[in-house]
Design a binder for this molecule. Sequence first.
Ligand code: PEP
Ligand code: MG
Length: 543
Amino acid sequence: MGVAASEGYAIGRLYIHLEKAEITVPRKAQDPDLETSRFLQARERACAELGVLYHRALARVGEHHSSIFKIHLALLQDQDFFLEVRDCIREKGVTAEMAVQEVGQRFFRMFEEMDDDYMKARGADVRDIVSRLLWFLLEAKDQQEIPWLPEGAAGILAVEEIMPSQTIRLDAERVEGVITRTGSRTSHSAILARSLHIPAITGVGEAFDLLKDGSMVILDGFRGKVIQDPDEEVLNLYRQKMEEYQRQQKVLESYKGMRAVTLDGTVVDLCANISHPNDMDEVLDIGADGVGLFRTEFLFMYWGRLPTEEEQFFSYRMVLEQMQGKRVIIRTLDIGADKQVPYLKMEREENPAMGRRSIRFCLENQELFLTQLRALLRAARYGKLSILIPMVVSVEEVQSVRKLLEKAANDLEQEGIPYSKEYEFGVMIETPSAALISDLLAPHVDFFSIGTNDLIQFTIAADRENPHVAALCDAHQPAVRRLIEMTVRNATQAGVRVSVCGEAAADPSMTRFLLSLGVQELSVAPASLLEIRHTIQSMNLSK
Ligand code: PEP
Ligand code: MG
């Protein structure tokens, strides 16, 4: 059993993807000084990570067992190791990666050849720190090889962990389901799996070790259940369930293009969450009432480099034009925590979800932020744009963004580049702070968008990525409901529009609660939209 992260069934051959033992590294380099400084930077980041690991281990297993990390730190900071790497870079004209690998091999053999067992065992430690250094040098932590299935194969993929940047590149035609050891329902990888219609079970924990490569498995994405080597009876049962599910999906198809209206006449704007302009085909096909959340950070992750103003403008404009005058809410860059953009080289932090992420990062990196704001203002001419700011905790942040928007507009004006000031401006209510001061935020904005995923994790103090606290991450918790209620009340009093775009909006058991508070706009993944439309159409709010 694990966490049901993405609905659906899959029956097929299991492919367990293991990390590659060897990492291929580039060989030749032009500039030895640059390579040496790259090595030093990677070493600094590796040391910082080891420091964190040491303190975590110290708290959990005590000094004796955690001292291994101290040994690794000492090896990493060893002056001989550094000098040999530096000389290797200079003398052989190779990259830092190559030098680390070569010198690492030499050190490894040196330990291996020692008589003392304790010293012999240090060889494995050298290997460990070498791969840690290589991960940092290659920016590979989030860019590891995408866990593809073997050429031409289709089936169910089992991986230890899957990053959003890897999930987004999965081939949904061949990957029929995903099982991971870690992860939870509101992790961004799970959200992506749902939008890709790939059934997924995350956080299976130790049960992962029971999986056998090549075995036949059933994946039940509704119950979070994996059945390995099922007998005929169980197989038949699941074949029937699969057929029934497909039939239901067909029924939902009949809701395409309809409006979401309750039996007693409340009209709800049912919008779609997207992470890339490519998602628009499905959005148009089901007939969403708007785009309620465009998570632009995925563009930055997808391209693997900073998208230019022109490229961003083109993507935003495309979505706005395709929606033909319906509202499109584009959220500014919300990177950090599990949404890492390696080439931005953000500093590693112990609690990244509460660190310099999202709007905090953007306000500290104004050039990058201004590029996005300029692209948005230029795109505003092509449709009904709303600009949404993530992770807000204070009025001051909102004022700072407003000022930057003014600056972006003035610059465009002076440069004679066409743009529009016809857009709405809103903030995400996804921190308890924002919900608690929603009355103070309201006068500064046109709308609120409640992000229940982060709101829950920060209210309940339960990491949305951690499967062990997944049960606590529940939108029905009274504390969360109170914050939502307070936000909607403050918005209504101030005449500010309010929508809900977190995963709770896609949970049919939350729909009545949200609508009875007066929420008239929900935004959900396209894969969930028809089901919520069906739920709303079967609901009588006055009852
Ligand atoms: C949320 O936090 O609810 C939200 C919609 O934003 P994200 O899931 O992208 O963090
Ligand atoms: Mg969020």
